[in-house]
Design a protein around this ligand. Structure first.
Ligand code: NDP
Length: 290
């Protein structure tokens, strides 16, 4: 039985994910590096803003930080409670999950890599997809806590498997984003009405999450709302390509998408949403996708 939960990292995702926990658990600790955000969360959702040392005494500890390195740095020197489960919702590095899971096992703590997809709107609605790697028994124990913000929750394998699935998912989205930028600048060059073209494609075999959501909600309307930062997507495509290299496979399409997303990230304005990657194509072609 889970008596207490904690959430560490109240960013764009974490703030919203943690908001669901008080409906299911009596004791919900929150901690954030900028502590004012934790205090704001406590005031808004009746969670408890506490010091990090206290937060990590919960039965289930969630983290959602930018990178695995941030999580490793945070864990360094922390003393955890035997029998607890650390559920890391960061989109992280599989090798880091394997290493941290082994280290925490020595403290009788389980580590699950449990990255999420569904964007900030999914975090707000509690409809995220959670892809989990790690010990199967720990997964079963932590499941009720993950259900607070997750809709589809899958145990996908050993430590690192969840991070691997997430990296490949985001790589597939990046491939689509690049292909859509190329396809829609081409259509515009041929004088096609892009909104009408989009309706046709979304009723045809070329559709994807990018054409169904990203293009109409972020690009065609020129909104580019910052909910998932472009450097985070660049990080994810890097993780995916490392997986390809580790397996000694050849993945030319993924490799090209990784280079394109890196280039888009390098040339983007600060605080750019991932959808802004198409602006690189717009600059090259002098064609705006609108
Ligand atoms: P944000 O940048 O919005 O939030 C990052 C959070 O991590 C903040 O709470 C920040 O604290 C904290 N943080 C950053 N660096 C450190 C550090 N060194 N030590 C301690 N805390 C730190 O990121 P997101 O919420 O967008 O993303 C978090 C993770 O979720 C990433 O791995 C991302 O790839 C993934 N993700 C994001 C999605 C999205 O749509 N945004 C969707 C799915 C996954 P502070 O407030 O002090 O800066």
């Amino acid at each position: 039985m889970i008596q207490s939960v904690a959430f560490i990292g109240l960013g764009a995702m974490g703030y919203r994910m943690a908001a669901h926990l008080p409906q299911h658990f009596d004791t919900v600790y929150v901690w954030n590096r900028n502590f004012a955000k934790a205090e704001q969360h406590a005031a808004e959702y009746a969670t408890q803003a506490v010091e990090l040392e206290q937060a990590v005494q919960a039965d289930v500890i969630f983290s959602c930080l930018p990178t695995s390195q941030d999580v490793e740095n945070l864990l360094d020197g922390l003393s955890l409670k035997a029998g607890s489960i650390w559920v890391d919702c960061t989109s992280g590095v599989p090798d880091s999950a394997k290493k941290v899971a082994a280290q925490l096992k020595a403290q009788q703590v389980d580590f699950l890599d449990a990255p999420v997809s569904g964007q900030t709107i999914g975090a707000e609605k509690g409809t995220l997809t959670v892809m989990v790697g790690g010990d199967a028994q720990a997964f079963e124990k932590a499941l009720p806590a993950m259900q607070a913000f997750g809709q589809l929750i899958k145990h996908v394998g050993e430590p690192g498997a969840g991070f691997a699935v997430k990296a490949i998912n985001n790589m597939l989205m990046a491939v689509n984003l690049c292909a859509v930028a190329e396809g829609f600048t081409t259509l515009k060059a041929h004088g096609v009405n892009l909104n009408e073209a989009l309706d046709c494609i979304n009723a045809s075999s070329g559709k994807s999450a990018v054409t169904e959501m990203v293009l109409p909600q972020r690009i065609l309307n020129r909104a580019f709302p910052l909910t998932f930062a472009l450097p985070l997507l660049a990080k994810d495509t890097g993780i995916a390509l490392d997986l390809v290299r580790d397996a000694k496979l050849s993945a030319p399409v993924l490799g090209l998408a990784q280079s394109l997303i890196q280039a888009a990230n390098a040339t983007a304005e600060p605080d750019s949403d991932f959808s802004s990657a198409v602006k690189m194509y717009e600059a090259w072609s002098k064609i705006t996708i609108e």
